[in-house]
Design a protein around this ligand. Sequence first.
Ligand code: SF4
Ligand code: SF4
Length: 96
Amino acid sequence: MKDFRYLPGVSTLKLDSETCTGCGMCTLVCPHGVIALEHKKAKILDHDGCMECGACSTNCPVDAISVTPGVGCAAYIIQTWYKGKEAASCGGPACC
Ligand code: SF4
Ligand code: SF4
């Protein structure tokens, strides 16, 4: 998604291509089209398009993706104000 951006270079999204089995789940759940399958492996196409919602990581069956909720999740940020960072969580794909 090129017209909806967050701060450049701050997303914590990481992909372990070796572990990826190419199931495609992350490409289905990502609301911003950040990840695509290429040669039967997930590939990050638009790192700065990631809003750190956590949907890809939550739905990856082999834990090949990691991301820490933060810059793009309004619910997470608001929860940190009254719950603290440890207790706050992102609501996932339905959240943002
Ligand atoms: S954290 Fe959310 S926006 Fe970022 S790549 Fe994963 S599903 Fe897409
Ligand atoms: S969900 Fe995990 S295993 Fe499936 S394509 Fe994405 S990174 Fe690879």
